[in-house]
Design a protein around this ligand. Sequence first.
Ligand SMILES: C[S@@+](CC[C@H](N)C(=O)[O-])C[C@H]1O[C@@H](n2cnc3c(N)ncnc32)[C@H](O)[C@@H]1O
Length: 322
Amino acid sequence: MTYLDSAAQFYRDVAITPEVGLCCVQSTPLRLPGLTIPAVMQEMNYGCGTTVHPAELGKDPTVLYVGVGGGLEALQFAYFCRRPGAVIAVDPVAAMREAAARNLAIAAQENPWFDPGFVTLLTGDAFNLPVPDASIDVVAQNCLFNIFEPEDLTRALQEVYRVLKPGGRLIMSDPIARRPIPEHLRQDDRLRAMCLSGALTYDQYTQRIIRAGFGQIEVRTKRPYRLLDRHTYGLEENLLLESLDTVSFKVAIPADGACIFTGKTAIYMGTENSFDDRGGHILAQGVPLAVCDKTAAKLAREYPEQIMVTEATWHYDGGGCC
Ligand SMILES: C[S@@+](CC[C@H](N)C(=O)[O-])C[C@H]1O[C@@H](n2cnc3c(N)ncnc32)[C@H](O)[C@@H]1O
């Protein structure tokens, strides 16, 4: 039995008997006017953040949701994309697809606007998405890809890249680890399935996304997820896991490397009205300009007297240039 089989078995069990609080973090649930989330869907919230960012959904996209769980986020996406087949949700675990179908039927009773036909539930897995090349605007996955071993994560990211249209978006929420998780925990299939021991570090995770071809990554939020305490997990020191919400774009990787936005800004501190770095950035005096980390490092290095670079806020939702 492989670790993927163990994960499928684990999710079969929690589809049949919901396990409240399995992955979720303490955060304000996404409240949307006119949306009622059935209680059973909330119990089966097995995500570690959110992938539903309204600003990404204004153009009536076709959404492919990988690892449907109890259907909560499929319902939230359907809230924005109200047409038959707008949301395609994939899961290899029959019991999970059946639970999601039941939950979506309940949602239809509680939400007059919702038709279960807005969500198409399909058998499939992250390595073989049952849709053609370049056919999807938004792919989302919440707390699934962290379960995969690194080479499988790369396969899953490459498969997402295949199905996205040019310019399409991969929206993810996954745990990341403050430092590498020791091998004795990484080898524990049950902890891995529970999203507790497969997490990569931030750098490893973002580099895998870039290596799959994504030219821009935006960090929407980063917050504490779980503590692996040294007593329970046999560690020399406690290890904090954080949940990272990102949006990655299928755009070309610039010659000088991918752009990662973490909320840094550059501020011109000089006495002129503005500052032009001749690299595409014009900074009005005293006004923060959102920049990617690569540009932030370059400006700080080249103009330490003229430009202040602010720390990452770990929140960025568009508007930067680099
Ligand atoms: C941690 S749960 C997350 C569920 C959902 N995204 C949520 O936020 O509640 C992982 C989900 O991925 C599914 N899954 C497990 N292995 C998978 C695979 N190889 N490909 C796609 N989905 C998988 C599980 O059945 C489960 O529904």
